[in-house]
Design a protein. Structure first.
Length: 215
């Protein structure tokens, strides 16, 4: 089956869908391009990422115990971009050709510079990521995180860190790009909840800039 058969999507693409536009989230800096990569390119990127990345169960460290999270993942980046996530220390794998190409596109098209990426593979609608902020000290005070999505559309939710009140839901489309910056991590948490009826997988890459000295 061709990748184009996997992700039913017959929206007409408006000429502007490749531009990052601000989303309304009080105090935060959140931008979204629904079609950062055109359909055929997104299909090819999905297949390349699926096949190139050595996916493995994502391990969380919860009160000193290792627990498998409901998704596969892979940490990729420059050799010195060591990262501590959920209490576990990750030494990144070397850039694969497609992930490196995406990193270079983000620099060339959007002026965003990254030295690492957490790749996530949600096998179907039962795979999730729970509420968290990406606020580790290695990312600095106001991290810029670029989140590229390929495959099944899923709902990305944000809620207030202080009140836990729901703040925004964004449907992250196949070939979309979401950029979180400014106070987004300080003020909000995000999650990708289960979604019944989704049989197709989704790949998400969250590009980050790690300052190894701050770790
Ligand atoms: O899959 C997503 O859209 C979000 C992933 C995420 O929040 C993370 O990797 O920190
Ligand atoms: Fe995150």
């Amino acid at each position: 089956m061709a990748a184009s058969d996997l992700f039913d999507d017959d929206r007409a693409s408006s000429p502007d869908a490749s531009r990052l536009r601000p989303l309304d989230l009080a105090g935060a800096d959140l931008r979204y391009a629904e079609r950062a990569w055109p359909r055929a390119e997104a299909d090819a990127l999905y297949v390349a990422l699926r096949d190139e990345i050595p996916w493995a169960p994502h391990v969380l460290n919860i009160f000193g115990r290792e627990v498998a999270a409901p998704r596969l993942s892979c940490w990729i980046g420059d050799a010195d971009a060591v990262y501590v996530y959920s209490g576990a220390r990750f030494t990144p794998l070397a850039w694969t050709p497609t992930v490196a190409r995406l990193r270079d596109m983000l620099r060339e098209r959007h002026g965003l510079v990254f030295n690492s990426v957490l790749a996530n593979l949600y096998r179907d609608g039962r795979d999730t990521v729970g509420w968290h902020s990406d606020d580790e000290s290695e990312l600095g005070a106001e991290p810029v995180i670029a989140s590229a999505s390929f495959g099944a559309p899923r709902t990305f939710r944000l809620r207030s860190r202080r009140t836990r009140e729901a703040a925004l839901s964004v449907e992250l489309a196949h070939g979309s790009l979401l950029v979180m910056a400014g106070a987004t991590q300080r003020l909000y948490q995000h999650a990708l909840p289960r979604r019944a009826g989704v049989a197709a997988p989704r790949i998400n890459l969250t590009f980050r800039r790690i300052d190894a000295r701050a770790g």
